[in-house]
Every structure is written in C-alpha cells, then in structure tokens.
Design a protein around this ligand. Sequence first.
Ligand code: NAG
Ligand code: NAG
Ligand code: NAG
Ligand code: NAG
Ligand code: NAG
Length: 591
Amino acid sequence: MLTLTSTFLKILALLHVAQVVNADPTHVGPRSSVNGRWGLVQEGTSGVSAMQLAVVTDTKAIVFDKVEHNPLTVDGHPAWAAEIDLPSRTVRPLNPISNTFCATGSFLSNGTMVHTAGNPFFEVDIGVTDGISGTQSVRLFTPCDDASCDLIEDPNVRRLTSRRWYTTSARLEDGSVFIYGGSTANGFITNATINNPTYEFFPPKNINGYNGVQIPSQFLLDTLIANQFPNVLVLPDGNLFIAANQQAMIFNWKTNTETRLPNIPNGVRISYPFSAGLTMLPLTPENNFTPEILTCGGADLDDSLATGAYSSQSPTSNQCARLVLTRQGIAAGWKVEHMPQNRTMVELILLPDGRVLMVNGMSTGVGGYGTGVFDMINESNADHPVFTPLIYDPNAAPGRRFTVAPISSKIPRMYHSTATLIPDGSILLAGSNPNSDVIFNVTYPTEYRMEFLSPPYMFRPRPTFTGLPATLDYGATATVNVNLPRGTRSVTAVLMDLGFATHGVHMDQRLVHLRSTLSRDGKTLRITGPANPRIYSPGPGFLFIVTKDGVPSEGKRFLIGTGAQPPVDQGAIENLLRATENLNSVAPLKH
Ligand SMILES: *[C@@H]1O[C@H](CO)[C@@H](O)[C@H](O)[C@H]1NC(C)=O
Ligand SMILES: *[C@@H]1O[C@H](CO)[C@@H](O)[C@H](O)[C@H]1NC(C)=O
Ligand SMILES: *[C@@H]1O[C@H](CO)[C@@H](O)[C@H](O)[C@H]1NC(C)=O
Ligand SMILES: *[C@@H]1O[C@H](CO)[C@@H](O)[C@H](O)[C@H]1NC(C)=O
Ligand SMILES: *[C@@H]1O[C@H](CO)[C@@H](O)[C@H](O)[C@H]1NC(C)=O
C-alpha cells in the first residue's frame, strides 16, 4: 500500500512536470552563458552625482542627486537632476523644484514615472530661493526622445499624504504605485520618533478603510531601527514580498494582511545603513514562474548603537541567502551561500541571460556620510571600495555559482553610487558621493565619471530584431522580425523591467521569460504577452531576444498591457488633499 501510494505520488509529480512542459512546448531558456573577455570603459560624465538612476527610453536614462554645487546648470543654478543620452554619453539638465535627495521612483502603467519623496530642505545654498521641501513630493516624468520633457511637480494638485525620506515604491498589478515606509525627518538611521510606519498609493486609493490617506503598517514598527529603503517586490500571485532590517513578510495590500517569513539568517541586516542587495530571480516557464528571492551582503552589526560606535572599518557581510516563496520553500527556509567578497551597498543587477551581476559598494563601514561614525574617511562612513564585479549564476550547482569578473574598475563607487543594465546590454556604473557637497580633494570625492561595463556577450555576434509593437497586452501575441547569429536554432524572449536604482535597492527590477515561437526559417519570432498582470505589472518593459548560448539582442522598450493610465479615484484624491496638510511650503535653505 505504502509503495503503491508513493508510486502514485511519483506519477502525479511526473504528470505535473509534463503539464508544465506541454503548456509551452516551444520555450527553451538560455542554456549557457558566455565567458571570456570583459570590457570596461570610462566615457562621459553624469553632470550631477548619480544617486538615483533609471533607464527611461531605448536611448535615455535619468539621474537624480541632492541639491549641491554640481557643474551642470539649469535656469541659472546648479542642476540636481539630468537626462543622459546613452549613445552619445551626453547629458541634459532637468529642473525639479524640490530637493530629490533620497527619493524613489516607479513607472505607472501608462509609462509615466512617479518620482516621490525627498529631502525637507536645501542643505547647501546654491542660490535657489523658491525651492520647496521634497518630503511630500510627487513628481511626474513622461519620458521623451526629443529633449522636451521635464519633471512636473505641483504640491497643490498632487502630493504624498505624509513626509517620506528613504521610502520605497513598486508598480502594482493595476498599474498604480505602492509607496512604503521611510522617515519623516533626516537622521543617520531612523528611530521610533521619525519612522513613518505607513504606506500609500499613487494615484491614491480608497482601500482598507482609508480614503486616500496613509495606512499603518505593523511591519515597519517591528523592523525598527534600520528599516529605511525597504525592499518591495510584486509576486506572481499579486501579493508583495517585503523585507527590511532582519525581517521579511508576504503582504496582501488588498486586505492589509501581513504574513511573516523566516528572518534573514545569521542576524544579517539588509536595509540602510547596512544595505544589502536584493532581487527576485528570473520567472520562467521552467521554474513554473515560482518566485525566489536572493539577497547578498549587508552587515550583522547591532542597529541600536550610538553613531560613534560604528566605524568606517566595521565589518560587512559576505552572506547571500535564497528563499523560494512556496509553502515548501518557506518551510525549508533561507539557503545560505558566501560571496568571495564582503560587501555593503552592493547592486544586484539581473542580466538578460538570467545571471545576477554584483557591482559597486564597500567592504567595510556603513551607509551615510558626515554622521560622526568613528574613523570617518573625510566624511565617508565607509572604506575599502569593491572594484571587481562578481557574477552569480543562480542555476549553477552550489559552490560553482560565483565568478569573479576578470576586470576591475579604478573608481570607488561608494555611498550614493548607482548602476543599471542599459538597453544595449552593457551596465552603466555611475555616481558616488559620501560628502555633504561637491568636493574633490578627499579620498572618496564627488564622482561624475560614467563607466560602461561589457560582459563577454557584448563581443559576440548578437541577435537583432525590428517590429516590436508599442504595447503588448496579456496573453496577446505579436510577431517581430529577427536576424539571428549563424547557427542559432532557438531563442528566448526575455521581458525585463530595468527598475529604478538608489542606495543599492533596485525598485521594480524584474525578468520574465515570455512564451515565443521561432518561425521555421528563423526570420520571425512570435511572442506572447505575460499570462496576467501579477506576473508583470502593466507598464514599461524591455524586450531582449537571447540565444540559447546566452547572447542577448539590444533591448527595446514597449508597454505591457494597453498603456492605459492606472485607476484614478477622484474622491480619494480630494480627501487626501483635504485631510493632509501641505507641508511642501517654501523650504528654508538650511536645517
Ligand atoms: C531620532 O532621530 C532624530 C533625527 O536623527 C533625532 O533628532 C532624535 O533625537 C532621535 N530620537 C531618539 C528617541 O533617538
Ligand atoms: C566577512 O563576512 C563574514 C560573515 O558574513 C565575517 O565573518 C567576516 O568577519 C567578514 N570579513 C570582513 C573582512 O569583514
Ligand atoms: C579642499 O578644496 C576646497 C575647495 O574645493 C578648499 O576650500 C579646501 O581648503 C581644500 N582642503 C584641503 C585640506 O586641501
Ligand atoms: C581628507 O582626509 C585626508 C586624510 O586624513 C586629509 O589629508 C585631507 O586633508 C582631508 N581632506 C579634506 C578636504 O578634509
Ligand atoms: C499617466 O497617468 C497619470 C495618473 O493618472 C497621469 O497623471 C499622467 O498624466 C499620465 N501620463 C500620460 C502620458 O498620459
């Protein structure tokens, strides 16, 4: 009987696998990844220090800085935001009116970026007298290719319901943006007084008993002290994965229900100022779109010490931990591995071939600057920059997943540095400024130089494609014309959200394999949109066509869904404006 039952279960398991395969007979993910020569070039400058970075079109990225004496000017004063033209490596200044220091960004379903929160005041006098506080700011940016777009900001029309600094955002399945946590005032680290243990939406919603205004979150109380820039990811069942400090949970935003997950192992803290990198691994038909989280780095320091008890030489962690978000995976718990380097503020960047690139950051110290930690390096709270990229292959056997790239930068990418995959397939490394203003005669100066890192696939013959439609709806098909390297018999259609990077957190970063069928003559590829908006929220994405050997085409931007705006609840907007004080009054120049 026992044998019979187990045989029966085995047959069931086989049937299950067979079903998954049958559901998508044409899908074959990249089987290997390209090794060999890497490239790293330093080209162009970002004009402002790149604290926040996001790709906005096939050829443009935007960067945000804090208000400081940047060389790029706009409207007769130093700029603190800019648009990078990626092919020419040149910049155009942008002109927000509030201080974007420690803000966040996500795109709506219609492709407009919502850039929220920021600094309450202008810490540095750059001659702007009509700037406003950034903590309640909602700035809209609709990307353009003709240099006509800028940030739109009017606190009388749209604003956050409360003050936020070091907050996080994520695009939801209805195309709106979820805004989570942060602090109401500045400090090296948050505390119970300045913690903002609430969440809200843009556009605002009437939900969970709150009409447009912020909703309390117990998790943000339980994760004190070090819980700024929490990690928030949309899961394929519509719930959110949220992690901050040493804790993690599944959050149902529709019912306001928190379900706790096992803590990050070995007491490692993963949010600012002990920042780790964190990403969801690729969602593919092979893994049945099962979400799995990877977090690397951080520190296991006590988060309740006096500022002077931290040091630029404090140890950071070399731990990576993975958790599969299924019932069995959660029961099995986090699986621990170790990087060949200790790191904080490491950026985990998904590559089109499904691997994870790790760049930037430091191997000792903590986030922030000028806060009086012991042994500051000039104003830097950290030391020992990590110059060498690491590659992590999630599908390799344990013990064989890390490769140290055979190339190193010479530019320290410390606090307030960023990095992102860009559409041509290379990785832009930018920023670094652990200083209160622009300064060059220090060990870790204000950094404007941009670097472009090329993985080995950049030097191989690459697929190209044309004819991508502007939008691709769920389950709908589109056919693109492809030109594949000789001998290519199968490819994978890879949909990526390149995200919005700041402080080592990559908001909305995501990689999803689409179902696709290559024509017999290898000249056209029919792709099918994601099954539903929980797999990939409606909004911008980049399509990469990747050969079985792991060589990607350049990425092209399109909108998943219909390109319609998210739900707009006029009653919730009016209630928000009525119920919350407009704190975005003209900002004092100093504290
Ligand atoms: C909380 O942080 C703020 C800003 O750093 C600081 O002024 C305040 O004293 C702190 N409060 C407590 C209770 O530590
Ligand atoms: C690296 O991290 C490990 C734990 O993750 C720790 O035991 C070790 O002391 C760290 N080393 C340095 C140099 O920080
Ligand atoms: C550093 O440079 C600033 C000007 O940027 C100058 O005022 C300052 O005296 C210099 N400090 C040192 C120690 O060289
Ligand atoms: C930065 O620190 C170095 C080493 O302590 C010191 O020589 C230099 O003067 C400092 N620079 C500034 C601008 O304070
Ligand atoms: C996208 O939707 C938002 C929210 O409704 C709206 O403010 C914005 O203007 C829309 N963008 C475009 C390009 O229509």
